[in-house]
Design a protein around this ligand. Sequence first.
Ligand code: DGL
Length: 289
Amino acid sequence: LNRLSTQFSTGLSSAPIGVFDSGVGGLTVLRALRRQLPRERFVYLGDTARLPYGTKSQDSVVRYSLQAANKLIEHDVKCLVVACNTASALALDALRARHASLPIIGVVESGAEAGCHASQSACIAVIATESTVRYGAYEKAIRARRRDARILARACPLFVALAEEGWVDGPIVTAVAHRYLDELFAVSKTERPDTLVLGCTHFPVLADALRAVIGSDVAIVDSAQTTAVALDRILQEAGLYATTGQSAVQLLATDGRERFARVGAVFLGEEIQPDQVQLVDLSAADVNV
Ligand code: DGL
């Protein structure tokens, strides 16, 4: 029995880590995961056919997330990273309820942790999708860590479109950033947040442009690195570290290989060839919700 269970756990630890997002935004998280866990194999799924999640109802986001999880489980993943704030905010409980034995980690808790760590004044701005803001996920997560926090949350859906288009700087990005952020930051020093949490995995590629608009005295944080550290801890505690083998990434998308490769490269920080991206159909991984 001992030998069998050792074989089982060795088999499991060499299994890949599943990561999913509504599109290519989660590649910013994958990038941090790979840096933190250089021996692991990853299967990344971007549900590009149905992006954006951030304007959809909770029912839809839960259904899409369960389907994405099912697809990744077909790849025998040993754990799941929900690299999408909207899916983390709206569907994490449903995912954990459906897959109780699979370690599942979202990005909202990590983003909140990074924000609380960076802020001195406890006045924290969060920008995210409409659904993440409406759901109040960051408020809950930040307040659980800092009860005295003043949280200003703002939905910035156009940033998703700009990032997906690969427009990460220039006058249009600057104009949109002013429109969204001036009401939060162009205020008196006492009311001004000292930290901006990028509560959407699409936003880190816009960080430089946002910094130019809000000024250098505001800390800009995202959930990628904190998520990588949290996952590292989970794997360690569960004895699920890959002990052999080399890092590898398998890329899955539900639509638009070329686009995924072209735009995804900006998020991942390295070249992606269209033939590295495999198209998958999530309706075949259907769930009853
Ligand atoms: N990547 C998603 C998130 O982090 C945003 C994009 C979308 O709306 O699907 O919330």
